[in-house]
Design a protein around this ligand. Structure first.
Ligand SMILES: Cc1ncc(C[n+]2csc(CCOP(=O)(O)OP(=O)(O)O)c2C)c(N)n1
Ligand SMILES: [Mg+2]
Length: 302
């Protein structure tokens, strides 16, 4: 089933995002489903800039800029205040991969463990882009960044944030990307409707300057991430029930994703590392498909 993307806009044009910014597009798409009865909490990240300098700002909802490590806990506090006021406002913590996988993880884990009634969205551009493309624990193995230059590219695999969030047994966690807007819209709607607990969305968000590629390739890159199974689109309910929502057909070779982006130059030049990545991607996809099938079997047996 295709999911219609609403025409309503809650983000003004003329943001300070770079051309082809996947993070800006992600916000636009998410707000279409969240609507304007919402508050956004932005820790330090590109979005601190993209929204614009006070007194102008691009979002048509209230925004609270906060410290890098605090998105989840500040959102928790705002939600508590709204509840005291008897309001059902959606509180959106909107963080980059640094503010989610790294420095924001403790506050995020605490909020998830307490099952706070917030919607935490990570727009993942796979590095600290706002401060000049430094690696984060979301940076894939073999990648160039300014702190992992071509001579010694990122040596560690990307952290499995979905696995970490699922392990907290939160009601809803999903991956999505603006390259599949109907899938993204449906997941945001599901997240908004899953009230009373923590919702987590992991959005792969292309960054043309940081990924070293032309701006007009942003959507294609995100599409290839999905179709190579490097970034599968799926959702996990209560940390267990796993559902793949977009099946690559056909599955494309990982090189087709890597070749679009200059940041993967060291990976493409290292056959041994590339071999490791191919095997790792296939293994993780196999594991995910297994969890998907097991969840269907469990559901059928209920
Ligand atoms: C405690 C603290 N350390 C470092 C910084 C500097 N800083 C601001 S934004 C940022 C990078 C954010 O990366 P990410 O969360 O991935 O968002 P992106 O910029 O990629 O959108 C850093 C290191 C800060 N603001 N606070
Ligand atoms: Mg980032």
């Amino acid at each position: 089933m295709r999911w219609a993307v609403p025409e309503a806009e809650f983000m003004d044009p003329g943001t300070l995002g770079c051309q082809g910014c996947g993070g800006a597009l992600s916000m636009r798409m998410v707000l279409k489903e969240v609507g304007d009865d919402a508050v956004a909490v932005l820790p330090a990240c590109c979005w601190s800039i993209i929204d614009g300098p006070w007194p102008v700002h691009a979002l048509n909802i209230p925004v609270l800029h906060t410290a890098f490590e605090t998105a989840a806990v500040v959102a928790t506090g705002i939600k508590a205040a709204k509840q005291v006021q008897g309001k059902d406002t959606t509180v959106l913590a909107w963080a980059g991969d640094g503010g989610t996988f790294d420095i924001g993880l403790q506050a995020l884990s605490g909020a998830a463990e307490r099952n706070e009634d917030i919607l935490f969205v990570c727009y993942d551009n796979e590095a600290y882009m706002n401060t000049g493309i430094q690696r984060s624990s979301a940076t894939p193995v073999g990648t160039w960044t300014t702190t992992t230059p071509n001579e010694r590219p990122e040596p560690r695999p990307k952290k499995d944030i979905m696995g970490i969030m699922a392990a907290h047994r939160i009601p809803y966690a999903a991956t999505a990307t603006a390259a599949y807007p109907d899938d993204l819209a449906r997941k945001v709607q599901t997240a908004v409707e899953t009230k009373g607990g923590m919702r987590f969305l992991h959005l792969l968000s292309a960054c043309p300057p940081g990924w070293k590629m032309p701006a007009d390739q942003a959507i294609e890159a995100m599409r290839r991430a999905v179709n190579s199974t490097i970034f599968p689109l799926y959702e996990v309910r209560d940390g267990r029930d796993t559902n793949i929502t977009q099946w690559p057909n056909p599955v494309i070779p990982v090189e087709e994703y890597f070749e679009l982006q200059g940041r993967f130059k060291p990976l493409l030049a290292d056959e041994q590392m590339l071999d490791y990545v191919r095997t790792d991607v296939a293994d993780r996809w196999h594991d995910l498909v297994g969890r998907h099938e097991r969840s269907r079997t469990v559901a059928a047996g209920r």
